[in-house]
Design a protein around this ligand. Structure first.
Ligand code: GAL
Length: 635
């Protein structure tokens, strides 16, 4: 590890069964040795509380702690994370282990950070058991106060669902047809809150026993996980950390990586964060697990650092010989240290050491905010909607990718955030808009901001009730449009626009009410109707995109929208060259240039490359697949 430049190791994540082989009987000998060895080698430890997976004795003695599916099937132990987030028995046993661990390792020289559980909610985000049902009712009573308010919020006059007693209320278990949508939405909110409560309960023990040690838990702010509302979690950790894994089927997975890193930075409120896990090469849990190409892991790691991470950690140090993840790459592969992957690990260790000055600096704020909201994600994809082709992350990523390709940096922001510093705010398919979010977006536009809203936005309030008066309800007046009826497209259907562009998924029977048409359909269900509108009010512009434009059409539209908002690329660079700047205290700045293409590139820039020590003045060559980190001259 020392030779690889490893400075921090996460230890003990899934080791409850080793640490407490029988209830109340502990064996810490092996962990003592590991921590002592690491301390002796000068390597810090991010010590897991080990509660992520209960040991076999726990589920055997307390089977009620096992999670239950919507159909009522109790999940068996044998995998990992088989616990009900609302179980008081599980909570009690977990906290008792945390208390013992924190007491034992308080003051240990290796202990640098606590790692609560692991990827909370990765496999057990929703439990439908009777214990969860009671907890759900308590959560609802807290939210609504009385049954009448709940009945109103859930719209229970429909389909004979009116509740006359709290005990009648259940989680949205598998029903003959669509369960009540607000019940589903509230259950998702409740489930996220239950896991957050677990995080807070463990953290409270750790803060009490080791007040000087920061506490984190690894978030999954990425496309593979959507069940936790991390906007509500971020304030509960001392340091935001995130896990990210590439989708091997995505030819532009480096863009989705950038999105995940930007989202994590948003959660960290712009402060540095930590990449807790990624992979040196292939994972084992996708259908086809592609190995990373030479240099790809280095680009991945340094792209996270460029976007605010103060390090790059991996699952796992040594590729396992046994168990479910034995085909997952590691820093030390099955074939041993004399391997390409391990040589790249050592190179990365040297690179990160050379970037020591970057630590603590912050990514320069972007000119564009892209609004992102987990609750809107859940609500958008509830059942019985106009089209299953309207999915949330799709729209978010369509706009994120187009801006990434244009070299325009964005910050991911929650809809309720202070948006006043941005030149342009993009609102992709924000179906659910509670009043506070609406006020925030309205306020931004009223102050002369440039706003771009896309289809299926502003449709419902925080209770999933339609905002009446025509679509896009919350935003119709703001955008100067009025939609009487949606006109979703058939599977695979394409429509043509008057600039010869193509669109798919969605169209709307849209009437102009102040806005002017920028593009219109020439065919499809609503020929002649506007597909893209522009509404100039005060000093600002409000754009509405009522269809899913193709890649080229999105790029052309954003080119114009950005130009009118005075938004530009950070660096004039060829396509596929990623540029991000971090600024440190005392006027230091670091320009990261990452070349994701097979061609050498030259971009404007001045400063010393921290990775090579070479000074550049005016232009910087960035080799194919390579990375340059310029320490820029001050002032
Ligand atoms: C994460 C997890 C790790 C490992 C990894 C595999 O979900 O935290 O323990 O399973 O993924 O990619």
């Amino acid at each position: 590890m020392r030779e690889s430049g490893v400075t921090l190791v996460t230890v003990g994540v899934f080791s409850w069964a080793l640490l407490e082989p029988h209830e109340g009987m502990h064996d810490f000998g092996w962990l003592d040795r590991v921590l002592d060895d690491l301390a002796g080698a000068g390597v810090d430890v991010d010590l897991a509380t080990a509660t992520a997976s209960p040991p076999p004795w726990l589920s055997r003695r307390y089977p009620e702690t096992l999670p239950v599916t919507a159909a009522g099937t109790r999940r068996w132990p044998g995998g990992r994370q088989a616990w009900c987030p609302s179980s008081p028995v599980f909570r009690d046993k977990a906290l008792s282990l945390v208390e013992t661990m924190a007491g034992r390792y308080a003051g240990h020289p290796a202990l640098a950070m606590w790692h609560v559980s692991n990827e909370l909610g990765c496999h057990n985000a929703h439990c439908y058991c009777d214990v969860s049902a009671s907890a759900f009712r308590r959560w609802l009573a807290d939210r609504y106060g009385d049954l009448e308010t709940l009945n109103e919020a859930w719209g229970t006059a429909f389909w004979s669902q009116r509740y006359s007693d709290w005990e009648q209320i259940l989680p949205p278990r598998a029903a003959p047809t669509f369960p009540n949508p607000t019940q589903q939405l509230d259950f998702r909110r409740f489930s996220s809150d239950e896991l957050l409560a677990h995080l807070r309960a463990e953290t409270e023990v750790l803060h009490r026993l080791t007040p000087e040690v920061p506490v984190t838990t690894n978030f999954m702010a990425m496309k593979f996980a959507r069940n936790m509302d991390y906007w509500g979690w971020a304030a509960s950790v001392d340091l935001v950390s995130n896990d990210h894994y590439l989708d091997a089927a995505d030819p532009e997975s480096h863009i989705e990586l950038a999105f995940s890193a930007d989202l994590t930075r948003g959660l960290a409120a712009g402060r540095p964060w930590l990449l807790m896990e990624h992979s040196t090469s292939a994972v084992n849990w996708q259908p086809r697990n592609l190995a990373k190409t030479p240099g790809q892991m280095r680009r991945n790691s340094l792209a996270h650092v460029a976007r605010g991470s103060d390090g790059a950690m991996f699952f796992q140090w040594r590729a396992s010989a046994a168990g479910a993840e034995k085909f997952h790459s590691g820093m030390l592969p099955h074939a041993g240290p004399d391997t390409r992957v391990h040589r790249e690990v050592r190179q990365l260790g040297a690179d990160l050491a050379a970037l020591a000055a970057v630590r603590g600096s912050e990514v320069e704020p972007a000119q564009v905010a892209l609004l992102f909201d987990w609750q809107a994600w859940w609500a958008t994809e509830l059942d019985s909607h106009p089209s299953t082709d309207v999915t949330y992350l799709d729209q978010v990523l369509v706009y994120y990718r187009a801006l990434w390709r244009a070299g325009v940096r964005v910050d991911l922001a929650r809809p309720e955030a202070d948006l006043s510093g941005y030149r342009l705010v993009i609102v992709p398919s924000l179906y659910l808009v509670p009043d506070a979010a609406l006020e925030s977006i309205r306020g931004y536009a009223a102050a002369g901001g440039h706003l771009l809203v896309t289809y299926f936005s502003g449709i419902v309030d925080g209770d999933d009730h339609i905002r009446l008066g025509g679509y896009p309800g919350a935003f119709a007046d703001l955008l100067g449009v009025r939609v009487e009826e949606f006109a979703p497209l058939a599977a695979g259907q394409q429509v043509t626009l008057d600039d010869a562009g193509r669109a798919t998924v969605w169209t709307e029977d849209l009437a102009l009410a102040g806005a002017s048409a920028v593009r219109s359909y020439t065919d499809g269900p609503v020929p002649g109707r506007a597909a893209v509108t522009r509404h100039a009010v005060g000093g600002g512009l409000r754009w509405y995109v009522a269809t899913r434009l193709d890649e080229d059409g999105t790029a052309r539209l954003l080119h114009r929208v950005c130009a009118e908002a005075g938004v530009g690329a950070l660096v004039e660079a060829p396509a596929g060259l990623e540029a991000v700047r971090r600024r440190g205290a005392g006027g230091t700045s670091f320009l990261f240039l990452i070349n994701h293409t097979d061609s050498d590139a030259v971009v404007p820039g001045t400063g010393t490359d921290l990775l090579t020590g070479v000074a550049h003045s005016g232009t910087v060559p960035v080799p194919a697949g390579g990375v340059v980190v310029l320490s820029e001259p001050e002032g």
